[in-house]
Design a binder for this molecule. Structure first.
Ligand SMILES: [Mg+2]
Length: 267
């Protein structure tokens, strides 16, 4: 189905950015699932597209470029699956966890919960387990700061009822709530990809951010960025991003072009 408001491909904007050396450093921040890694029924099977692995390594090694992955996944999970190059900044749990990939492993910022938040997380875990109980294809993931109800493998009506109960649970307990594709995340720490991205940009001092993502939670990142930034929605659906590509394959192709345009031999 064609989009009501077609958005341009980011190729031209990326080429212009590559050519303009006054706009450095560039923060290239990317969602993982559905953006660099095709969506899988089993989330543990997600991997960066093979063609993308070398492109990410090249970008991370390019002067004037900082590479970041910004994901809803728990940090340990993201680090394990993404296999990204040394120097990459990792933002997990929608911004509640931060780390950098070093030659010696993960250098991570410690997540600290208050006693009240820890109590709330335990309550959430127990009540979310009750939502999943007896519903085939629904399961609960526990993160350091959140509980996630997954419904990707459930029948549509089972998924819908589980998601509605999860949303009601979040409202009753007063947690943060994020409703993504076949997931409801209930978080005891206030975090969003938008806030995490702005903090990262300010720390790096990047005048321009390239951000690509496919899910509703990525809209917070698109909203937080400005006219000078290059925001790319992956796949169909309403968005406030300025550009669109259709698939993770397209994301990797666009990043490869950007890398080639940044190479010294091209300048
Ligand atoms: Mg995604």
């Amino acid at each position: 189905m064609p989009d009501a408001f077609p958005l341009p491909d980011p190729a031209e904007a990326l080429a212009a950015l590559a050519a303009d050396r006054s706009r450095r450093p560039v923060l290239v921040a990317l969602d993982f699932d559905g953006t660099l890694a095709p969506l899988q029924d089993d989330p543990a099977a997600s991997r960066v597209l093979p063609a993308g692995v070398g492109v990410l390594a090249d970008l991370a090694a390019t002067d004037g470029v900082s590479l970041a992955l910004v994901s809803g996944r728990a940090m340990a999970d993201l680090h394990l699956l993404a296999e990204v190059p040394v120097g990459t900044l990792l933002v997990g749990s929608h911004g509640a966890e931060r780390a950098r990939v070093t030659p010696h492993g993960l250098d991570r910022d410690v997540v600290r919960l208050t006693d009240d938040q820890a109590d709330q997380l335990a309550t959430l875990g127990a009540e979310a387990a009750a939502v999943a109980r007896g519903r085939e294809g629904v399961w609960v993931e526990t993160k350091p700061t959140a509980v996630v109800v997954h419904t990707r493998l459930a029948d549509a009506d089972v998924a819908r009822s589980a998601e509605q109960e999860s949303l009601a649970l979040g409202e009753r307990l007063g947690t943060g709530v994020m409703h993504g594709k076949a997931v409801v995340e209930l978080t005891v720490l206030h975090a969003s990809k938008g806030e995490a991205l702005i903090a990262l940009r300010d720390e790096i001092g990047a005048p321009v951010v390239v951000y690509a993502g496919d899910d509703v939670t990525d809209e917070r990142a698109f909203e937080a960025l400005g006219e000078q930034d290059i925001t790319v929605k992956v796949g169909p659906g309403d968005t406030v991003a300025r550009y669109r590509v259709q698939s993770p394959e397209d994301v990797v192709a666009a990043l490869a072009q950007f890398r080639d345009a940044l190479a010294p031999s091209a300048g």
